[in-house]
Design a protein around this ligand. Sequence first.
Ligand code: MSP
Length: 659
Amino acid sequence: MEKKKFYITTPIYYPSDKLHIGHTYCTVATDAMARYKRLAGYDVMFLTGTDEHGQKIETKAKEAGVTPKEFVDKIVEGPQGVKDLWKLMNISNDRFIRTTDDYHVAAVQKIFKKMYDKGDIYKGSYKGKYCTPCESFWTESQLVDGCCPDCGRPVVDAEEEAYFFRLSKYADKVRDLLENTDFLQPRSRVNEMVKNFIDPGLEDLCVSRTSFTWGIPVDFDPGHVVYVWVDALFNYTTALGFLNDQYDDYDKYWPADVHFVGKEIVRFHSIIWPAMLMSMEMPLPKHVFGHGWLLLDGGKMSKSKGNVVDPYILAEKFGVDALRFFLMRTFPFGSDGNFSNELLIQTINTDLANDLGNLLSRTTAMVGKYFGGQLPAGCKTWENPEPFDTDLIAMASALRDAYESQMEAYAPHNALAEVFKVIQRANKYIDETAPWALAKDMDANGKRLAHVLYNLLEATRICGILLSPFMPESMDKLFVQIGASADVRTWDSAAVWGALSETAAVTKGENLFPRIDMDKAIAELEAAAEAAKKASLPAIEVEPQLTEQVNFDTFCKSDFRAVKVKACENVKKSEKLLKFTLDDGTGTDRQILSGIAKYYKPEELVGKTLVAIVNLPPRKMMGQESCGMLISAVHTEKGEEKLHLLMVDDAIPAGAKLC
Ligand code: MSP
């Protein structure tokens, strides 16, 4: 019989920085889901990848002095890059797409043209706000206090020629999809989308840009690049071979069964994405699931805030499986959760070291000690079961179905909770049956003891199967210890109590989840985070501080003032000098010459508020008078001298005294 198909995706990641634990969360969840479906007999396609275009990448590459492609190559393919991280985390994706891949680029161009030919994409003009120094367009709502959200400077009204997608045309259909189907989950996200975006009225979406070049060119209109979200969303179809010859699985796997995405990108996936698919007359994905965020101290992790948690450090310290497990067990998938190292260690100690680890090690140790590692034939059955025998067997036998319904509802945390109820039940069973007491009289109780231990092995096996999508490597080791052969590690066998051979060879192996010393581990983690922070800083040398003291009155004689740059130009015949015309608050322009032409272009400095000493005697440089000195910071970085003019808040008026 042909297997049922299951196509699942993660968002494709922006390779603008190293990925953190929040990104890892989503990919591990998708991986656990994909592995569960494979276990349950599905033909699974699991796609992940990277979303490599856009202004942010272009800017970052420029700052790094490399091309955008070189920049993303390093973060995607380089050491500790995206691919490395997924390998480390044992992610079983079947495919990896990069939006810079040629086949994707060509397919997106065809898609854009198709929507244009249909009349769903049209040319118009984009009215917005423009930040001249940043060369960025912003919408009114993106501004922060009316200024550029990137640099905080004033913006001006601007208009840019652009293509638009007729999103408004699909508003009713999208509303119907959200309100009347189970397309978007969890349900609470539907209300958010409808209230915030559909009710106020969907406007047509600007889908091309001309203010930067790092994007997929609109092939019929040079100068325009495709809006990065249009480019990115179609990855889910081009990676299967839609409008390209690279792959041939589109008919087989599309539509996707589910896109797992973080909550801030639900809008793109549940409004824009279905509308574009409707325009393209393509089937819609069956579900979009918007998961919550991992927070740190209640706030979102971000590189710019410097509060990201490095999955490499955690995986190395606690093991990949323990980390995967923690992420899925602790945080309800649809809600936000607060990450902390303490919580991670506590979860490992409670669930893995105490509950699962103890069950496994006590059971295998007792089979070894009392039966030499092999139970006798006939141990599976017992004529007059005690209530706790029946209870354990009933719970373990029903576990697979309970787990399945939670996994099908995209609630991996609840599926794991079901498994741990059985593990806890089994540990209680050890206390209730007191095998060590039975072992005191093997002649009288040997058969009963063997039955008790068989029940424990069997409960462990069933739990092991259902934990394997979350901790694949550790569960393989667990199966070896309890002697479970391949045929009793399967999904079908997870619903069959008694599938384990009575005489399976049991070995007490390594401790799979050693207990962690909380205080020691926390101290080590903090030291590692500190070291990583230091290592990521550029190697900077600064001049040693002077030890000779200066008299306070002497210091006060230097008159530091805020000055505003009215004009700035290169001094003719000088490679070094810039000539500044400054407003120093006196009403008369002040001229200062400064040897910083190597570091700044004159036009970059106009409008800036700088700091100058204004009571130095005038001096002549290249025949021109300089009245004062601008203050800058200097240091050496990787052998190269760097200089930054001291710039102060533009709110400080020209002439303000600095003291
Ligand atoms: N490139 C887009 C996705 C395009 S999909 C067609 C993008 N990339 S991203 O790298 O910024 O984020 C990728 C995913 O990581 C998002 O789903 C985002 O929600 C998730 N996470 C980033 N930080 C997170 C947390 N702190 N916690 C949980 N997930 C978070 O968006």
